[in-house]
Ligand binder design. Structure first.
Ligand SMILES: Cc1ncc(COP(=O)(O)O)c(C=O)c1O
Length: 441
């Protein structure tokens, strides 16, 4: 019997609705490409077999091989600047022509400049950085630093969280779809319910107090790792949560690690999402959009007070001080770091909120709308239950209309528009979504 896949991280690829959509929309030549993809790639629930084949991406759009364009409100969270931003492309091309790679033992100007910029732009006393070719590697580095600095291998993190797909990251992550078949995971990784988790709709567990309880039982904890707010489900801890966690961490010498991989660089209307929490983490992990939607690039930036033995090897990834990645990141920070850029995100956020509030009145299936900058969660419920089937139908209706996004936890439509989207494009995309609701519910 085929097991039902876990939908917590995103919509899955084995559903009947997907097959129906493909049958209706894809030419035989595209089907053939998908078959070749499926023949030679390892199958897994969040990628192969794939939905469709892309041939181009520009601005807020991705384009398939049949020439259909879709607003990309998913973009794996790399697309703060949309696709092919001219300033980023220009910086990358110039860098490719001069120094395309930097072997270990050497450093280079763009990498040094990026480390300086991160020290300037990240909050509080965050200063020293290490770069990595991907978010999950950066999370691994952060966990190693916490072990070395505190002498404790124990971590506390949220159930249902995602911090990357490598074996160390799924240990602190809490998503069944990654953990289920992995066998023994990292020792000492303790999980607590995410804020807002409710048993039978009763009062939420007071997680900060639960952290103290764990410390009493288990002894020294090295790190508390979490996203400042959950990106996929678009759920934020209640007011005061982070202040209380910060206070417990300080008192117990626990490092607070904020995983900002999908949230950094303007997504929430702040350059770093931590800025809205009222606390400064000891370690901030950034990634995804840091590479300007072009280059794999992530960074761990740590507080000045963190001390680790200089002889330790923490990252040492082949593409660590990538001049091309650093050039892409510097160009991106240049654009996003401008006050007017973030103000525009806030204005677009207001526009989206207004439209979505109207839709909430029109479609009672929408139980909640959560908006942080241009990260939007639309939660769907029917008779008090998750409206999983309807959410998936709305996704495929939207794709038919030219809008792509992610469905999280089965019933949350997660919209992450490029931050460079124009007002009229945002309105147009939300009209596609509205029409999808009209056709479905
Ligand atoms: C919160 C969070 N942490 C870590 C990662 C892992 O990043 P990467 O895919 O670059 O390894 C992701 C990726 O989706 C993420 O959303």
């Amino acid at each position: 019997m085929k097991k039902e896949a876990d939908r917590s991280e995103g919509d899955i690829n084995i559903s009947d609705l997907r097959k129906k959509w493909q049958k209706k929309h894809l030419h035989s030549s595209v089907k053939e490409l998908l078959e070749r993809d499926a023949e030679y790639f390892i199958h897994q629930s969040l990628s192969t077999p794939c939905l469709n084949v892309l041939r181009a991406a520009k601005g807020p759009f991705i384009e398939d091989t049949q020439g259909r364009r879709y607003y990309d409100f998913h973009g794996n969270s790399v697309h703060q600047l949309g696709y092919g931003h001219p300033e980023v492309l220009d910086a990358v091309k110039k860098q490719l022509d001069t120094l395309p790679f930097c072997p270990r033992r050497y450093t280079n100007h763009p990498a040094i400049r990026l480390a300086e910029r991160l020290a300037e732009l990240t909050p509080g006393d965050l200063k020293h950085s290490l770069f990595a070719p991907g978010g999950t590697e950066a999370v691994g580095i952060a966990l190693k630093i916490a072990r070395l600095h505190t002498g404790s291998f124990r971590t506390v993190s949220w159930w249902d969280s995602f911090h990357g797909a490598s074996l160390d990251s799924i240990g602190v992550g809490g998503e069944g779809v990654f953990r289920k078949y992995a066998g023994p995971l990292m020792p000492g990784a303790i999980h607590i319910p995410p804020p807002g988790w409710k048993k039978n709709n009763n009062s939420p567990i007071e997680d900060p107090d639960y952290l103290e309880y764990i410390i009493e039982r288990e002894g020294q904890i090295g790190a508390f790792i979490a996203e400042p707010l959950r990106c996929t489900s678009v759920k934020s801890p209640p007011d005061g949560y982070w202040k209380r966690i910060r206070e417990i961490c300080d008192r117990n010498k626990i490092l607070l690690i904020f995983d900002e991989i999908p949230l950094c660089l303007g997504r929430t209307g702040h350059l770093f999402a931590s800025e809205a929490t009222g606390v400064v983490p000891d370690i901030l992990v950034s990634g995804k959009g840091l590479g300007g939607g072009i280059f794999p690039m992530a960074a761990v930036t740590v507080s000045e007070k963190i001390k680790i033995p200089e002889e330790s090897a923490l990252g040492h990834y082949t593409h660590e001080k990538s001049p091309v990645g650093a050039a892409a990141a510097l160009a991106s920070l240049n654009i996003i770091g401008k006050k007017s850029f973030l103000e525009n995100v806030k204005n677009l956020s207001k526009l989206a909120t207004k439209k979505l509030e109207e839709m909430k009145k029109e479609f009672p299936i929408i139980s909640e709308i959560r908006v942080f900058g241009l990260l939007i969660g639309i939660e769907l419920e029917k008779h008090g239950e998750k409206a999983v089937h309807e959410a998936e139908k709305i996704l495929y209706e939207s794709l038919s209309g030219g809008l792509s996004f992610k469905v999280s936890s089965g019933n949350i439509l997660t919209l992450a528009p490029p931050l460079t989207i124009k007002e009229e494009e945002l309105s147009d995309a939300l009209k596609i979504l509205e029409q999808a609701f009209k056709n479905t519910v």
